[in-house]
Design a protein around this ligand. Structure first.
Ligand code: PBG
Length: 333
């Protein structure tokens, strides 16, 4: 017997797209201000807001201006601000001692924010690159990046950040064993509540270019970071890194960059079910802003679409330079 199919489609998936009300009803994911971590750049001085040409709309701010920005962010409901220092070239050395100076820019900014805006969580970055004369995240000897010696320095850096009051410490250096070493040191020094958000799956990416301008590391960097950051061809390795970092004491994990690595976000979330974040990095931001400024795409729509993609991929939140712009728009809806 032959079955004649109906002359009309039985499943009309367009039915649930017919109006804004129904689209809201069936929407699977949402983006809210709770999902945002705002990365900011700090520099010396007072009253300084200095634009970064390769990141239109992003500024380096002096500590007093960072505090104002943190106040605004907190008022918008942004839960976390993440600090990156632009270090004066005169403070960059081979031994990177500025990294654990209690009075370095990052630590001063942390204390100032915690005093003035206690409700926003402060996240800091652990890696030697802002302080390293050769721009690498670890010590360099004979062209090689030393692992274990670097970890010792990272522990000192992390402890100085915890002492300054950082709520969340983000090791972005990709050395082996640093999460365990930092966790042990934090426990030993009475910082049981300091969280570790591990840059667990961080790829050796071309999308970090504008960031290196922003922190003044572009000129300094000799060679590339492919002996410690991940090969963009790998996926299973990201799962091994995440498993290891959770095991060593990470509270949360990150995938970085973001958009080109959404498949990794999804695998990590599905496999481990831990708080998972993506970093929409400087190059991703610059691409959207650059195209928007040229009138090639609608910048605001691209911003929202790109951030929703992270939620759809399973992320619990996103580090994004768009954070204040998105938060402002969300508050108007
Ligand atoms: C370095 C660090 C980098 C970023 C955050 N921490 C750059 C790098 O690894 O060279 C990049 C962030 C961005 O591009 O927005 N420890």
């Amino acid at each position: 017997m032959t079955i004649t199919p109906p002359s009309y489609p039985t499943a009309r998936l367009r039915r649930t797209r017919q109006s804004s009300a129904i689209r809201s009803l069936v929407r699977e994911n949402t983006l809210t201000v709770d999902d945002l971590i705002w990365p900011v750049f700090i520099r010396d001085g007072e009253g300084v807001e200095e634009p970064i040409p390769s990141m239109p709309g992003v500024m380096r701010r002096s500590v007093d201006k960072i505090v104002e920005a943190a106040r605004e962010a907190a008022d918008l409901g942004i839960p976390v601000i993440c600090l990156f220092p632009y270090t004066d070239p005169s403070l960059k050395t081979e031994d990177c001692a500025e990294a654990w100076n209690p009075e370095n820019l990052s630590n001063r900014a942390t204390r100032a924010i915690k005093a003035a805006v206690p409700e926003i969580a402060v996240m800091t970055d652990v890696a030697l690159d802002p302080y390293n004369i050769n721009g690498h995240d670890g010590f360099v000897v004979d062209g090689k990046i030393l692992n274990d010696e670097t970890v010792e320095a990272l522990v000192k850096q992390a402890l100085s950040q915890a002492e300054a009051g950082a709520d969340i410490i983000g090791p972005s250096d990709m050395m082996d064993g640093r999460i365990g070493a930092i966790r042990t040191a934090l426990e030993a020094q009475g910082h049981q509540n300091t969280m570790l958000l591990s840059y667990a799956a961080k790829y050796a990416s071309a999308f970090y270019g504008p960031f290196r301008d922003a922190v003044g590391a572009s000129g300094a960097l000799k060679g590339d970071k492919s002996t410690y950051q991940m090969d963009p061809a790998n996926s299973d390795e990201a799962l091994r890194l995440v498993a290891r970092d959770i095991d060593e004491g990470a509270d949360m994990v990150m995938v970085k960059p973001g958009m080109p690595y959404l498949d990794i976000c999804r695998r990590v979330k599905d496999r481990f079910g831990v708080p998972t974040y993506a970093y929409q990095v400087s190059g991703e931001y610059a691409m959207i802003q650059g195209a928007a400024q040229n009138g090639w795409i609608d910048g605001e729509k691209a911003m929202f679409e790109s951030l929703m993609a992270f939620k759809r991929a399973g992320c619990d939140g996103i580090l994004t330079y768009f954070a204040p712009a998105v938060a402002r728009k969300l508050s108007q809806r």
